[in-house]
Design a protein around this ligand. Structure first.
Ligand SMILES: [Zn+2]
Length: 533
């Protein structure tokens, strides 16, 4: 078994775009515990008050599977351990396990710390023994170990020896600058493994895009403790991504990483999404294993093959890590893609329904000729398909929709008026917004929610405009994508027009229409065409 040490809350939070509040940190810690991660590095109590708060607050919770650790450096060169504020802060944090880092590269000792090699060894030794004397277990992070080993192997080794003698329970070899290559990691870890009795760990950064590969190489060479972050968040190019390391170890190499067993991996995508959400970062669709596109098939040949045998273009069954197979509809598409899409949407369509199938394919091609990209707009495609299949129910009709924007004395005003027919009634509403699309959304939402209160749960989460590459000779058209969410799922629509307001209107109306189909259309009960968020 390999133990997993998560440092999302400390190294991950050092990433340029990330800010975690205290509440965020607590919620992430609880989620990691639920997922069965052995160690959660809560922060660096000696470096900032927010991390100190975390260690106070976290005591109110009981953790079933995880141990919370505090991070810090070895003592300062001019202070004994009992006077060192960093080490004191670790003791005060109340943790049972501390992770302290020390220099393993002679260059850092002499040029950055500006102290002697001997003195640095004593700083490592005395800091670890001090924490041990106070009843703590110590994990030692040998910072810049690989660069240090390449520059001066005897010294790098002597740092490890001193840490081992002082009673560290794990020696973590760090590729702090992320510049070491997989074959070097393997060779060096293997060599160290033969010289040390204590457990070895690995901590990699991703500056060459090798952090995951390097971590795996270290395990193959004998490391039994892997540090990383969820989604690879971290300084510069990030840390090793645990969302890739964990499934690689478990599903590819058969190496267990938690007592909770391999079943828990079905919640891996959920864990990844959860951390993205709290970090306020848009998920990386191309992330291996857990990304939206990790099992998305677009090319007709691929789709056809995957429908026959999934392994044809999938390295694992996506459900093992809680992801799903997605089929895209594109210009390459034919009936096979539409059938695959129907299956994904749980719509009852089979190759026997030739007429319906042909008319859907024809409609899709027509729209694509106009510049629609349906592969990113499942809700638009869903509406098209249900209409052709006779499953669609009309809940409202837009009689007219007007949007205006004008600037007056340097001030800019946008408003919108909509008239809808709902059943046999007419509804008229107006709204002002910070732009014409916003005004229209507000007017539509007001008019609809009088009849369909659930519309209030819907939020616009993304709005994107691009130039539609329509057939030559046509005036330039724009394509508007809108993403909606009701907190539980998200869906996307697309509109195309030479007029950006018209394109937005189409995408907006479809977005609300789609939601009402899911919520209210009895013929579509139990259909889940959208991704959970
Ligand atoms: Zn690091």
């Amino acid at each position: 078994m390999v133990e997993i040490y998560d440092t999302t809350l400390r190294d991950g939070a050092q990433s340029k775009d990330i800010y975690f509040s205290l509440q965020d940190k607590l919620r992430i810690a609880l989620k990691l515990d639920e997922f069965g991660i052995q160690y959660i590095e809560g922060g660096w109590p000696g470096s900032n008050p927010k991390d100190q708060e975390f260690f106070k607050a976290v005591k109110q919770y009981s953790f079933k599977h995880s141990v919370i650790t505090a991070f810090g450096s070895t003592r300062r060169k001019d202070l004994p351990p009992d006077k060192d504020p960093n080490l004191q802060a670790i003791l005060e944090s109340g943790v049972e396990v501390a992770t302290i880092f020390g220099k393993a590269w002679d260059l850092h000792v002499t040029k950055v710390l500006k102290t002697s090699l001997e003195q640095n060894l004593d700083m490592v030794y005395s800091s670890i023994t001090y924490l041990r004397e106070h009843g703590l277990k110590v994990i030692f992070d040998a910072e810049h170990f690989f660069d240090g080993y390449k520059a001066n192997p005897e010294y790098a080794l002597s740092v490890l020896r001193v840490a081992e003698e002082a009673g560290a329970q794990v020696l973590v070899l760090c590729d702090t600058n992320g510049g070491t290559l997989p074959h070097e990691i393997y060779k060096i870890v293997k060599m160290i493994k033969d010289k040390m009795k204590v457990l070895l760990g690995i901590h990699c950064h991703n500056d060459c895009g090798m952090a995951v590969a390097n971590s795996i190489q270290a395990v193959l060479a004998g490391a039994v403790h892997v540090q990383g972050t969820i989604n690879g968040f971290g300084e510069r190019c990030g840390n090793a991504d645990l969302c890739q390391i964990i499934p690689t170890l478990e599903l590819k190499l058969g190496i267990s990483t938690s007592q909770l067993g391999v079943e828990r991996l079905r919640r891996l995508r959920e864990l990844s999404q959860y951390v993205y959400e709290l970090a306020g970062i848009h998920p990386n669709s191309y992330q291996p294993f857990v990304g939206d596109n990790a099992f998305a098939h677009k090319g007709g040949v691929h789709v056809d093959a995957v429908l026959k045998v999934p392994q044809a273009y999938e390295h694992i069954d996506p459900s093992l890590i809680g992801n799903q197979r997605v089929f895209s509809v594109s210009e390459l598409s034919g009936k096979a893609n539409i059938l695959a899409k129907a299956r994904e949407f749980h719509l009852p369509l089979s190759s026997e329904d030739r007429e319906v199938l042909n008319s859907i394919v024809r409609k899709v091609k027509e729209l694509e000729n106009q510049g629609y990209h349906l592969e990113n707009a499942d809700a638009t495609l869903f509406l098209l398909m249900t209409k052709e299949m006779g499953l669609y129910q009309e809940f409202f009709k837009v009689i007219y929709c007007r949007m205006t924007s004008e600037s007056r004395d340097g001030e800019f005003i946008a408003d919108s008026a909509v008239k809808l027919k709902i059943g046999d009634q007419y509804v008229y509403d107006i709204a002002e917004g910070n732009g014409p699309v916003h005004a229209e959304d507000l007017a539509l939402r007001k008019a609809l929610s009088a009849f369909f209160p659930e519309i209030k749960d819907v939020e616009l989460v993304n709005y994107r405009v691009s130039i539609a590459d329509v057939a030559a000779g046509t005036a330039s058209a724009v394509r508007v994508f809108i993403e909606f969410s009701d907190g539980e799922r998200s869906w996307r629509t697309v509109g195309v027009s030479t007029n950006i307001l018209e394109a937005s209107k189409v995408a907006l109306i479809d977005g609300y229409d789609y939601y009402l189909q899911l919520k209210r259309n009895p013929k579509l009960r139990g259909i889940t065409a959208s991704r959970e968020v």
